[in-house]
Write a protein that binds this ligand. Sequence first.
Ligand SMILES: NC(=O)c1ccc[n+]([C@@H]2O[C@H](COP(=O)([O-])OP(=O)(O)OC[C@H]3O[C@@H](n4cnc5c(N)ncnc54)[C@H](O)[C@@H]3O)[C@@H](O)[C@H]2O)c1
Length: 308
Amino acid sequence: MRNKVSIIGAGMTGSTTAQWLAEKEIADIVLVDVIEGVPQGKALDLQQALPVVGKDVWVTGSNDYHATADSDIIVITAGLPRKPGMSRDDLLQANAEIVRSATTATIKSSPNAIFVVLTNPLDVMAYLTMKIADIPPQRVIGQAGILDSARMRAFVSMELGVSVENIHCYVLGGHGDDMVPLTRTSNVAGIPLDEILPADRLAAIVERTRKGGGEIVNLLKTSSAYYAPAASLTQMVDAIIKDKHLIVPAAAYLSGEYGLRDIFFGVPVQIGRKGVEKIYEYRLNSEDLKALQKSAAGVAENITKLKI
Ligand SMILES: NC(=O)c1ccc[n+]([C@@H]2O[C@H](COP(=O)([O-])OP(=O)(O)OC[C@H]3O[C@@H](n4cnc5c(N)ncnc54)[C@H](O)[C@@H]3O)[C@@H](O)[C@H]2O)c1
């Protein structure tokens, strides 16, 4: 039996994720979108690329959720992206309706699927998915932390001229401007960032990481980032399918970890075939803890606004 991954939303991140996944040859892929012809056209185009790159998976596009039946993983990217000047929170009500309908439609015919959520505001949409699907929290994971940490890794690499493979960064918290890039736990080949970088350069990298999504929205103007978000989704899907027990920063449901409850929030999460296997708790200093609490308050406020 081949693995099946359905991606809801065949826009920029959805279709780019399909491409990265097809190149990994780990699952058949279904793209679903409300726009007639778009998922079908993108799926067919991608299918026709695969003889060239030598990969054997089936890629299907549809406007009908029936095509997603018996998926192992449902990736939710459907929703509006930000435009210049918008915050992720501005998308709350419109995207909640989209995520609600996508979850209701997919859980029926894929009752055992793991849900990987991307739609913004991310932490709240992951919470909504868990509630609507009415499944154990371990089966819902939100993607944000891999992306935010990858941005920080890229900036450190650009600053030091060191391979990205040597750079390990951990950005925790909600996926918004209050996210918490850790400067002591993050390291270059084991050397904490706050030892290897001068304080002013480190502060600049932290600030650029927090605003990393907005920087790209301002440059692209008509879309938000999609290569790095899609690569991040792909790493999560790969870890689930291969049961890798991979530890990544991601949004998971908290029941007391970091002093937080009943919230989806970015923390170090071990993921495998069953979804979230374990949440790790760093020993944080009081400054980082305070920053995490501030970020959590913003996510909790948005959850309340949704009246789920
Ligand atoms: N969490 C993250 O790190 C992160 C990163 C990038 C983007 N995002 C978010 O992901 C979402 C998608 O971003 P994008 O750049 O791919 O946007 P996009 O506009 O390119 O694609 C979104 C697609 O969703 C489709 N859609 C809308 N309603 C739908 C429905 N009910 N069912 C199926 N499809 C539907 C649209 O037709 C569109 O093709 C946005 O909310 C964006 O803010 C989050």
